[in-house]
Design a binder for this molecule. Structure first.
Ligand SMILES: C[S@@+](CC[C@H](N)C(=O)[O-])C[C@H]1O[C@@H](n2cnc3c(N)ncnc32)[C@H](O)[C@@H]1O
Length: 212
């Protein structure tokens, strides 16, 4: 998602209590940020933040970090929650390509990848957030029971991701090839902005993956 650049987006983010200005300083110390030892779940590529905002209010005993590459996009997420008090949610600008600089080995309990950019051209495959280099980084920051929960409307990305999770020695469970038809099996499903839009037009694919 590339929203038009918002003027002074970073400065506007700095002005609010959800935003972590220098997330790199919290590597290995994220529990201190939240002031408790609760599990930490992150969404990489949170977009406008609906998913994390909803989930964090439903689960006050889990700490959530919404991660986004672009400040103009993250500002939209911040605007959604700025008048609320959600103590277990933080927002950060991080590029997934350097995620290991921000989290210690085993520091994270769950990673959500929701509607990641599909990068359909073969020569862009390395940019997909489920390509092997990313999966190796996620393996490092996840703890021993950690999981990745992945959803997409893009069949090509889903098939590619299944293949990469297998190739990179992840076990896969709870696959759905049409999540919104399977909702009795996934009553806990929280939708994202993209999901609300694209689920009207076709199936949503989802899976859970765990490093072996
Ligand atoms: C298609 S949007 C989906 C947004 C949201 N998860 C949803 O489902 O509505 C993908 C988001 O991932 C972000 N993104 C792409 N590459 C990223 C990266 N390397 N690190 C962090 N975020 C990234 C994009 O800026 C964009 O906001």
């Amino acid at each position: 998602m590339r929203l038009r650049n918002v003027k002074n987006a970073r400065e506007r983010l700095i002005d609010n209590h959800y935003f972590i200005e220098e997330p790199i300083n919290n590597k290995g110390l994220w529990h201190k940020v939240f002031g408790n030892d609760n599990p930490i779940h992150i969404e990489i590529g949170c977009g406008k933040g609906q998913f994390m905002a909803t989930l964090s209010k439903l689960n006050p005993d889990i700490n959530y970090i919404a991660i986004e590459k672009f400040d103009s996009v993250l500002l939209r997420a911040e605007e959604k929650i700025k008048d609320e008090d959600i103590p277990n949610l933080r927002l950060c600008i991080i590029d997934a390509g350097s995620i290991c600089d921000y989290f210690e080995l085993g520091e994270i309990d769950r990673i959500y990848l929701n509607f990641s950019d599909p990068w359909p051209k073969k020569h862009h495959a390395k940019r997909r957030l489920t390509s092997p280099l990313f999966l190796e980084s996620y393996r490092k920051i996840l703890n021993k029971d950690g999981e990745i929960h992945f959803k997409t409307d893009n069949r090509g990305l889903f098939e590619y991701s299944l293949e990469m999770f297998n190739e990179c020695n992840y076990s896969i469970k709870n696959i759905s090839l049409d999540l919104h038809k399977d909702l009795e099996k996934y009553p806990f499903n929280i939708t994202t902005e993209f999901e609300d839009k694209w689920s009207k037009l076709g199936p949503i694919y989802r899976l859970e993956a765990k490093p072996r």
